[in-house]
Design a protein around this ligand. Sequence first.
Ligand SMILES: *Cc1c(COP(=O)(O)O)cnc(C)c1O
Length: 348
Amino acid sequence: MINIENLIRENIKTLKPYSSARDEYKASGSKMVFLDANENPYENGVNRYPDPRQKDVKVALAKVKNCNPKNIVLGNGSDEILDLIFRAFCEPKEDNIIILPPTYGMYKVLAGINDIETKEVLLTQSFQPKADEILSAADKNSKILFLCSPNNPTGNSFDKTTVEKLLKEFNGIIVIDEAYIDFSGQESWLNRLEEFPNLIITQTLSKAYGMAGIRLGICYASFTIVDILNRIKPPYNVNLLTQAYALERIEDAEGVQIEIVEIEKNKTLLINALKSIKFITEIFPSDANFVLVKVDDANIRYNQLIEKGIVIRNRTTQPLCENCLRLTVGTEKENEKLIEELLSISKS
Ligand SMILES: *Cc1c(COP(=O)(O)O)cnc(C)c1O
């Protein structure tokens, strides 16, 4: 059985965390007088520091996701969560991480910022992880393996038995980035959290929940890992406005679901229409709210769409993604405009 304590950086193990004013007080009644944090006392809705542990948001989220609020850490977007994970487990200049390109770009950027080496093991042609190659690429300093499922930019989910094999055999932390899980028919790995002490799952309010602007990233992990991340996170990393917006949205599960269903419907319509565009040679299966397509010449088609006022993502420089474009599913109107312009480009 993997021992998480052994994976933690030495300086983090012995760190004495900053204790904020609001961490230390224990509420003993509703009519408390707060003279502990040097705030301006005049109420304007935001004059007080936010809850450093975001209790209300976590309780609401735990209810929707059917987990324990004590298994949750929240951050200023997933990007902050991922950075915390690096700082907890990776010793600069010594340790390394493993990523599976083509994948989300932030893992490598964050590794660079933290002075951590990135090992890359390409996905297969059908965008699945190569378990044996990953395990043989790993050494004693391989602290984190990033699995993005559904994967960005390819859109597919990773094979369950492959992920399970990696969870059992990789001797480090495995981060499963589930930014797109709410669009996917696949079961979240959150339901298996208790089985794997080295598992960290990240999700976000930026995609299906429609709240990219408020920056709320979510991490689910064991109590041991949650405790470590809480020790190193900035005390007030999720601001009061974000907590208020997030709470309202999370409690509106029905409203969120209606939009997800709408986006899925629009995705199906979009994919069907894309089949009639002659220069699109392949449409990859998608469990997310975007579609990766292969075209005759990605740079030309990308620029032609820009001229028509439509911005998509050109992924042609990514491994295994030569001449691939990533299209986000928009509103019905936006998708119709995209198809209209694609048709006009293909006729010119
Ligand atoms: C969009 C996205 C995120 C979201 O990041 P935030 O910082 O929470 O907005 C995380 N992971 C992947 C793979 C994404 O595509």
